[in-house]
Design a protein around this ligand. Structure first.
Ligand code: GSH
Length: 206
């Protein structure tokens, strides 16, 4: 059975758990990180020297970096839908995964930490507004892309939907001004209809 080390309210853990749910995989998830700790312990650091979560164990095989874990699980346990058989479609899925981690994750992290994990009196309004504008512009790029299709790489969800899909729940759930983005909203609504998404991603923001 796959083992995932990481607390459930981490967006990076959610990516992995959501995909495992979609694929019907049995997973032993262990609470690590945040209030649970453990990720600074030698046993954990021997598996993942970054001290961050998640870490995947598949038997003796150990892997970290959530997008890489998503790619590995999609390839090892997924089908032609989740790990697209077509090379071009697979590359585009990877492209959106990298775009999320390289561009969207940073402003979304600022928003999440400021709005959810910082008391109102300590919040930095300037930092929030700057990150909100950056994130809005980036989500606008995805809104434009989704004008022609239901999911990021076609008419079915695939691994490329996972990182941005996990984060877009936070975008639509945080108390924040959002520009109209009808295609992004429609994609988010489609994800909402998926039980594994609801189970692993649509958790209270903490
Ligand atoms: N690039 C890494 C980032 C991992 C990361 O930043 N994880 C956060 C949680 S989302 C973490 O480990 N925080 C420390 C903790 O939870 O104790 C990945 O995608 O796996």
């Amino acid at each position: 059975m796959l083992k995932v080390l990481g607390r459930p309210n981490s967006v990076n853990v959610q990516k992995v758990m959501w995909l495992c749910g979609e694929l019907g995989l049995e997973v032993d998830r262990v609470d690590v990180g945040g209030p649970f700790g453990g990720n600074d312990q030698p046993g954990y650091l021997a598996r993942n020297p970054t001290g961050l979560i998640p870490t995947l164990e598949d038997g003796d095989f150990v892997l970290w970096e959530s997008n890489t874990i998503v790619r590995y699980i999609a390839e090892a346990y997924g089908d032609d839908q989740w790990f697209p058989a077509d090379r071009g479609r697979r590359a585009h899925a990877s492209q959106w995964m990298d775009w999320y981690i390289a561009s969207v994750h940073a402003p979304m992290t600022v928003l999440f930490r400021q709005l959810i994990r910082t008391s109102p009196e300590d919040q930095d309004a300037g930092a929030i507004e700057k990150a909100r504008r950056q994130a809005a512009n980036l989500w606008g790029i995805l809104d434009g892309h989704l004008a022609g299709q239901d999911y990021l790489t076609g008419d079915q969800p695939a691994m490329g939907d996972i990182p941005a899909g996990a984060a877009v729940y936070r975008w639509f759930t945080m108390d924040i001004d959002r520009p109209e983005a009808p295609n992004l909203r429609a994609w988010y609504n489609r994800l909402n209809a998926r039980p594994p998404y609801r189970e692993h991603v649509m958790l209270p923001l903490t």
